[in-house]
Ligand binder design. Structure first.
Ligand SMILES: NC(=O)c1ccc[n+]([C@@H]2O[C@H](COP(=O)([O-])OP(=O)(O)OC[C@H]3O[C@@H](n4cnc5c(N)ncnc54)[C@H](O)[C@@H]3O)[C@@H](O)[C@H]2O)c1
Length: 266
């Protein structure tokens, strides 16, 4: 009889998922738990949301805790990783998912040359500084524990193609996060740490609910996608779990588009 093996096996690693209180991050946290994470630290800036998702995971039999912190706050991120280590052991999977699609971004009517730092700060903060902060602490755990690890950063097609209409800073921050993740791949490889990014196309989450409610806009978006539907959190999560699993131990430094085939020629 041939032996079967679990392909998407997260190998009992302790996982931190940032911004996991809803949307894509919530699905990733649930799916990591379902695929063998030893424990899941459900981070969100919103304590209630984080705890709710942690409770959902605990009900399935996997250890989980809600961890409220702003990923932009270096010391708070350090405290979150220290608490995770005390409770469960060193972190072996980090998913940098917390992001801000530009909710606070300048409206499309304000051209880039009329924008200023106060409008860029929210996007650059969470999408780039947040990734720096969390990756720094995660890598310390992964290197010190000598058990390797996985870093997966959720970026956006905006970071690959460059979006305008108020998303200029967001595009730059996401491209920066992908560049940082590649550098971590180069650095982490010798410690059996892989680092990859997942570039999402338009995905239905609470963040995009309003934006994607406009049928005309949807038609325009879908006309550029080979698979003519919007993304769902599970589309993103499938790739993230794969990259966090044993199956992907020789894949690193990549940015994988999960976007129905948008910009396939780039
Ligand atoms: N939904 C899309 O169409 C889409 C497209 C491309 C990329 N993305 C990226 O996917 C990721 C998830 O997006 P989503 O649509 O699920 O968003 P969402 O807004 O629905 O969920 C994001 C979660 O992150 C939390 N968060 C925000 N700032 C935080 C901070 N500073 N610290 C900790 N938590 C914070 C929020 O409270 C929220 O619960 C983001 O990085 C986003 O940029 C999404």
């Amino acid at each position: 009889m041939s032996e079967t093996r679990q392909i998407l096996d997260v190998q009992g690693r302790v996982a931190v998922v940032t911004g996991a209180g809803q949307g894509v991050g919530r699905q990733i946290a649930l799916d990591l738990a379902a695929h063998g994470a030893g424990a899941v630290v459900v981070n969100d800036i919103d304590a209630g949301r984080a705890e709710q998702v942690a409770e959902e995971i605990r009900r399935t039999g996997t250890k989980a805790v809600g961890a409220q912190c702003d990923v932009v706050d270096f010391d708070a991120v350090g405290a979150m990783f220290a608490a995770a280590k005390d409770s469960y052991g060193p972190v072996g999977v980090l998913v940098n998912n917390a992001g801000n699609q530009g909710g606070d971004a300048p409206p499309p009517s304000v051209p880039f040359w009329e924008q200023g730092p106060e409008q860029w700060a929210p996007s650059v903060g969470v999408n780039l500084h947040g990734v720096l902060n969390c990756s720094r602490h995660a890598l310390a755990h992964m290197v010190e524990s000598e058990t390797g690890g996985r870093i997966v950063t959720v970026i956006s097609d905006a970071g690959r193609v460059g979006e305008i209409g108020g998303l200029e800073a967001y595009s730059g921050a996401k491209a920066g996060a992908a560049g940082l993740t590649r550098a971590l791949a180069r650095l982490g490889g010798r410690y059996q740490v892989t680092a990859n990014s997942v570039a999402l196309g338009a995905t239905r989450t609470p963040a995009t609910e309003q934006f994607l409610a406009d049928p005309e806009r949807n038609k325009r978006i879908l006309s550029q996608y080979m698979v003519r539907r919007l993304g769902e959190p599970a589309d993103a999560s499938g790739m993230v779990v794969f990259l966090a699993s044993a199956a992907a131990s020789w894949i690193t430094g990549q940015t994988v588009p999960v976007n129905g085939g948008y910009s396939v020629t780039l």
